[in-house]
Design a protein around this ligand. Structure first.
Ligand code: 6GU
Length: 246
């Protein structure tokens, strides 16, 4: 998969995109990461990429020409057709479902805004506008790294164990069940006996119950999309009214 990143701070990507899973995906040739600097598409002496907002107000706005020229250059290169995503707090929320969709693309271009945002006319060149959450970052660069990480781990061959991308948080609109590793007892806290039992059906039932309890406590909003039995709905109701302990 090709991921293009359009950013005026390409050096921000050096460490995070060379480490761990993303770094490994690049070494394996499963990710071709290409950085593009809008500054290379400026013509003035100061190579400026931002300017004051028309109508006044705080901060600076990304000038349209350098951004659009960089996006055009990405679209024009014939390696593969690119889906162009502008990263902005005003975009649609990034989700696991969107990560799965992006992971099936041959080429994804992530365009990072800085300052107070993009000139509205730049956004006409976007296939999608995406935000990574309800908070404001100083720029889209960290969001681009978040999206790259979430997407690349879903590309076949990147994770060692293919199942680990499936049986996890959000796969079934549930948070993940609690995990334990050795030692079996740590500072007085024991790993639940069922996990040491070797009874796989019992373990699966225990994990599903724990995932439902955790989701009901922390993210009850997710349960609207979960496929629950009547018995599981009763469990949710008991957690929400506070009568379910464990
Ligand atoms: Cl994509 N960009 C910025 N600047 N802030 C954000 C964001 C993106 N997503 C959440 N906050």
């Amino acid at each position: 998969m090709i991921i293009d990143i359009v950013t005026i701070f390409p050096e921000m990507f050096d460490g995070p995109m060379s480490t761990s899973m993303v770094g490994l995906a690049r070494e394996k040739g499963l990710l071709d990461l290409r950085l593009h600097d809008p500054r290379d598409h400026t013509e003035d002496r100061h190579r400026s990429t931002d300017d004051y907002p028309y109508g006044g107000g705080p901060g600076m706005v990304m000038k349209p020409e350098p951004v659009i020229r960089a996006v055009r250059a990405v679209r024009a290169s014939d390696a593969a057709p690119a889906t162009v995503v502008f990263l902005t707090p005003g975009g649609e929320p990034f989700t696991q479902r969107m990560a799965e969709e992006f992971s099936r693309l041959p080429r994804l271009a992530l365009v990072c805004g800085r300052y107070e945002g993009f000139d509205e006319r730049s956004l006409a060149h976007a296939d999608r506008e995406v935000s990574i959450g309800d908070f404001v970052l100083t720029g889209g660069e960290l969001a681009a790294m978040v999206v790259t990480d979430a997407v690349i781990r879903l590309v076949p061959g990147v994770l060692g164990h293919e199942g680990s991308a499936l049986d996890e948080s959000f796969a079934d609109s549930l948070l993940e069940y609690p995990q334990y590793t050795r030692p079996a007892e740590f500072e007085g806290a024991r790993v639940p006996d069922v996990l040491l039992s070797g009874d796989h059906a019992k373990i699966a039932a225990y994990r599903r119950r724990q995932a439902i309890i955790k989701t009901a406590r922390v993210r009850p909003d997710l349960l609207a999309g979960a496929d629950l039995t009547d018995e599981e709905r009763t469990l949710v109701a008991r957690v929400l009214e506070g009568s379910e302990d464990r």
